[in-house]
Design a protein. Structure first.
Length: 119
């Protein structure tokens, strides 16, 4: 956990897009991290699968103190720009419980990685 000037917590999670695994963020003692309550898998277009396009897209945004959808999601890093729109579309639909700091709901800056792989 890192603290910013605006007292927003930074939580890093890992999401294995197209693999069905939920993010696994880590919280420090006394704080509650947002919990994913609804996850939408990213679309993985057949054309990209046929071209064997794989890679990761790192998305960052803020889980608002009211919970709900990620606010201001944006791509931080991407292995292939063609995957970005699909990762963003999915993560934008995820629903979270609010994070807490010292028992009070707070905005939580969240970063997650969506991976596209061919089984």
């Amino acid at each position: 956990m890192r603290r910013t000037l605006t007292d927003v917590l930074l939580v890093t999670g890992l999401a294995l897009g197209c693999a069905g695994s939920a993010p696994a963020p880590v919280a420090s003692s006394g704080n509650e991290i947002p919990k994913l309550v609804h996850r939408v898998e990213p679309e993985y277009p057949a054309s990209l699968r046929q071209q064997r396009v794989t890679g990761s897209v790192v998305i960052e945004g803020t889980v608002p103190k009211q919970g709900g959808a990620l606010r201001d999601p944006h791509v931080v890093r991407s292995d292939d720009p063609r995957l970005e729109v699909y990762a963003l579309a999915a993560v934008s639909q995820w629903v979270w419980t609010p994070g807490k700091k010292d028992g009070q709901p707070v905005d939580v800056k969240f970063q997650t990685t969506v991976r596209f792989s061919i089984p």
